[in-house]
Ligand binder design. Structure first.
Ligand SMILES: Nc1nc2c(ncn2[C@@H]2O[C@H](COP(=O)(O)OP(=O)(O)OP(=O)(O)O)[C@@H](O)[C@H]2O)c(=O)[nH]1
Ligand SMILES: [Mg+2]
Length: 179
């Protein structure tokens, strides 16, 4: 089994921890970020042959590193280089949420977009176009209502595709070319 790390990033209160709990169940460890008072939650998820460590990052509006939370999120993404980042977004406030997405893309994180709170968006009459978003950003997009367990199976399937050996090989080949 290959060790894979996936981080959850997103604005405050968009459902990151709900997704984290749904993915890792009871296999969680809660501590603090080294030298900080901010809580660090890590969990385990098995997908096929992959043993995955899932890290729930603090909620941030950007990676500018102005606050402790932003600094922690930024350092983890830039230094630890997780195999994938699940960017959880509030589908009812997409425009505001996509600011962080742009910064994650700039940091060359390998993203999966989880358009969460789809139930809230639908109740407000908003129509989501995940295909257009995926095409524009070059990242897979999953529509979810995490608190209702909706979209979880699709998220797991997407993650599984992303962390397969071929995905990793393609990425290291890309890195070689970019050098
Ligand atoms: N209606 C609705 N509520 C949701 C959904 N996902 C999460 N919630 C609720 O939204 C609230 C915030 O969820 P959390 O998972 O704590 O959000 P978070 O992103 O971890 O928040 P911070 O860690 O504070 O940044 C909770 O009350 C959840 O139950 C969803 O898809 N639909
Ligand atoms: Mg949380």
């Amino acid at each position: 089994m290959r060790e894979v790390t996936i981080a959850l990033a997103g604005n405050p209160n968009v459902g990151k921890s709900t997704v984290f709990n749904a993915l890792t169940g009871l296999h969680q460890h809660v501590g603090n970020w080294p030298g900080k008072t901010v809580e660090r939650k890590e969990g385990r998820l098995i997908l096929g042959e992959h043993q995955i460590t899932v890290v729930d990052l603090p909620g941030t509006y950007s990676l500018a590193a102005r606050s402790l939370e932003e600094q922690i999120a930024r350092d983890f993404i830039v230094r630890e280089r997780p195999d994938a980042v699940i960017n959880v977004l509030d589908a009812a406030n997409l425009e505001r949420n996509l600011y962080l997405t742009a910064q994650l893309l700039e940091a060359e994180a390998r993203l999966v977009l989880a358009l969460n709170m789809a139930d809230v968006a639908a109740a407000r009459g908003l129509r989501l176009n995940p295909e257009a978003l995926a095409a524009a950003l070059g990242a897979p997009v999953v529509v979810m209502s995490a608190s209702k367990g909706q979209g979880l199976a699709e998220l797991k399937a997407t993650l599984r595709d992303l962390v397969t050996a071929s995905g990793r090989a393609a990425r290291s080949a890309l890195k070689e070319v970019a050098r």
